[in-house]
Design a protein around this ligand. Structure first.
Ligand SMILES: Cc1ncc(COP(=O)(O)O)c(C=O)c1O
Length: 435
């Protein structure tokens, strides 16, 4: 039998024949608790008939239509987004077919906005380390993700970068009260070093996803960064591919703090895993500047695919009807408490952290010095593999010097007994691998 999964390592093949709620079923009938919602994607769970029907209807009515034209499903998604999800400041919508494309489109909007205003020298994007923004050459270049850049380094553009707030490992000390100011000033310095008139935008996740293992910044960080970016004319592109649409217990991750980005990027949970889809949302000022310029915003052939838009409109409606954002906040708190109680006493757990239903555990060889295990020990991947043997799927995280994190992002419908299993199986797997 030939394999269809060539990009992945041989031996890692799983074969799933069905999925329902928060469970996957393998071809040989094993039930797997999907504690990661796939790649932190499945936010309403598997097998929702309403979404299946919406996709079927769109496919029946019109299979493919060029992205700039409207279909009822595209209109429905635009209406749901603007009436129920996006803040009034972000009125322009551009739909892509995935996260990397959406990030890249966001970057292009920022560049074209500045070029339209006569600032063509603003050609640099400031990014942060650790971070992840996608797998195309541009987004991989911007990602502070050493492991996913390996073998590509010579072809990747090197962009200016600032450190991502990492309270556990803050150079001022663990959970230092001045950490927000420290990291905000580090970002200011990165802008100054690169040349303030050269930076088009800051690209950042509000809460860092798997690359940093759910790193939540201190409360004063984002408002300070907003001020600094305003001061230097730098746009903020918020990468909410992982954190968007309720994952962290608010509609978007940035909404935990009092500021608004200029461009917002989404993917993953937008269509809940029922279809591939991404989206970029920009301010009216950016939209108008590009409208009045001679520049095009080019589409990808499969951007805003009609069936995928139908899926997303239905998924977002279900999230609202079932109040699943509030549920993500509530179940996220419970998960954090259960993880804390079961995992913190283990001698290898440096921290349990996250917000809402994006939670992670960082594993080290010595929690006092925070010394990680050697990279060659491949601890996070081994924990994930061991847990899979116990019937639970977690998402490995961390990269390079920031490593050995295990991330969780189940569907917002997850029940208390699933949260108990997630804490128990993770503790057991860590003990078995590290002990
Ligand atoms: C924060 C963030 N940005 C961008 C991406 C890239 O999205 P995609 O894999 O859909 O291209 C990801 C994927 O993990 C992500 O987590």
């Amino acid at each position: 039998m030939s394999e269809v999964n060539w990009p992945f390592r041989r031996g890692s093949t799983m074969s799933i024949r069905s999925a329902q709620g928060v469970y996957l079923e393998t071809s040989d009938g094993q039930q797997i608790l999907d504690a990661a919602g796939g790649a932190i994607v499945s936010n309403i769970g598997h097998g929702r008939e309403r979404v299946v029907e919406a996709v079927a209807k769109a496919t029946r009515d019109y299979s493919y239509v060029v992205p700039p034209w409207l279909t009822p499903s595209r209109q429905a998604l635009a209406d749901v987004l603007s009436e129920h999800w996006l803040p009034p400041e972000l009125s322009r919508i551009h739909i892509t077919s995935g996260g990397s494309e959406a990030v890249e489109s966001g970057i292009k909007l920022a560049l074209q906005y500045h070029a339209a205003g006569g600032e063509r020298d603003r050609s640099l994007i400031l990014a942060r380390v650790p971070s992840y923004h996608g797998t195309t050459l541009a987004t991989a270049g911007l990602s502070g993700h050493a492991v996913r850049k390996r073998g590509l380094e010579s072809a990747l553009t090197v962009f200016p970068s600032a450190p991502t707030p990492y309270l556990l490992r803050c150079p001022l000390g663990r959970n230092h009260p001045d950490a927000g100011e420290y990291y905000a000033q580090a970002l200011r310095q990165a802008i100054i070093d690169a040349g303030p008139n050269r930076i088009a935008a800051l690209l950042a996740e509000p809460i860092t996803g798997s690359s940093g293992g759910a790193l939540v910044p201190p409360d004063d960080y984002w408002p300070k960064v907003r001020e600094i970016c305003n001061e230097y004319g730098v746009l903020i592109i918020m990468d909410e591919v992982m954190t968007g649409f309720g994952r962290t217990g608010s509609r978007f991750g940035y909404q935990h703090w009092p500021f608004v980005p200029d461009i917002l990027v989404s993917g993953k949970g937008l269509a809940g895993g029922y279809a591939p889809l991404g989206g970029v949302y920009a301010s009216e000022a950016i939209g108008q500047a590009i409208d009045q310029s001679p520049f095009n915003v080019m589409f990808h052939t499969f951007g805003a695919h009609p069936a995928a838009c139908a899926a997303a409109a239905e998924v977002l409606t279900i999230i609202d009807e079932e109040q699943l954002v509030e549920r993500a906040a509530q179940q996220g708190k419970r998960l954090a408490e259960k993880l804390d109680a079961r995992l913190r006493p283990l001698p290898w757990v440096a921290e349990v952290r996250g917000r809402g239903l994006l939670q992670a555990v960082e594993v080290v060889s010595d929690p006092d010095s925070l010394q990680p295990f050697p990279e060659s020990a491949d601890i996070a991947n081994r924990i994930v593999a061991r847990a899979l043997d116990h019937g639970v799927f977690y998402y490995g995280g961390g990269t390079g010097e920031f490593r050995d994190m295990v991330c969780m992002g189940p569907a917002f419908t997850v029940q208390d007994e699933h949260l108990d299993t997630m804490a128990e199986v993770l503790a057991q797997s860590i003990e078995e691998v590290c002990g």
